[in-house]
Design a protein around this ligand. Sequence first.
Ligand SMILES: [Zn+2]
Length: 285
Amino acid sequence: MTTILTNLITVLGLFIGSFLNVVIYRLPRRASLSMPPSHCTSCGRRLAWYENIPVLSWVALCGRCRTCKSRISLRYPVIELLTGLLFLTTALRFVPDLANAPTLADAVARGSVLIAALWFVAASIALAMIDLDTLTLPNRIIYPSAIVIGGLYLIATVSSMIGVASAGAGSAWNSALTALLGALIVGVLYLAIAFISPRGMGLGDVKYAALIGLALGWHGWPYIVLGLLLPFLIGGIVAAILLVTGRVRRKTGIPFGPAMALGAVVALEWGGSPASAYLPIWGPA
Ligand SMILES: [Zn+2]
């Protein structure tokens, strides 16, 4: 059961990655996500179903359009593979917990938390790539994500109360409260940073920070702390490398979204791993 579900989620991740490529390309251009159907961005020819299979199609076509022979960016299969791998790690992290659910209500609660994690990972990949391309974090991803993740946590809380036989209700309330506080605290901290350095941080970063606080908060304070600190560590290192190697000048903007996404996903996937227990402030996570 655990293995089947994990494999299914990984394959789903590859296809979601394929959809994320469409989102990353079309959303900043204000284009519809469904119309026109997938086509070659060079010659405009509509793609057949077998040209749309994640990763495999790109490999089979040797990274070129079948008719116009123009290059298909390596980025497409990389995004698909990355999404598949992150769905796999998310499944490895949350599916065992779901498989051990003592009652149906608990299974619904844990399933909701799993779906929220998958949604958050997918949204973070799209946000990171769009920020790299356009230096913006679109509301059209952040707002729906907040509603979906918040809604799933609400379902998880209510289900845990019904499945009270497993004594999960208290911890669910605690998780829901931490998620709300996480959104508030991380959002306010980023807002303060944005006020101090308006050039470095935009309102998009603040809103995404609140979403990260919400998503990680359910899992506990250690996740919030890790998700808050890691982006600055990652961003600092990357910015230093870019400035030293002269890849960017100080005036050109360096998007912070990718560092936030990477830090948050790392915190979500590995925040409660035994490694973090070595640090006394983490406590039993
Ligand atoms: Zn073409």
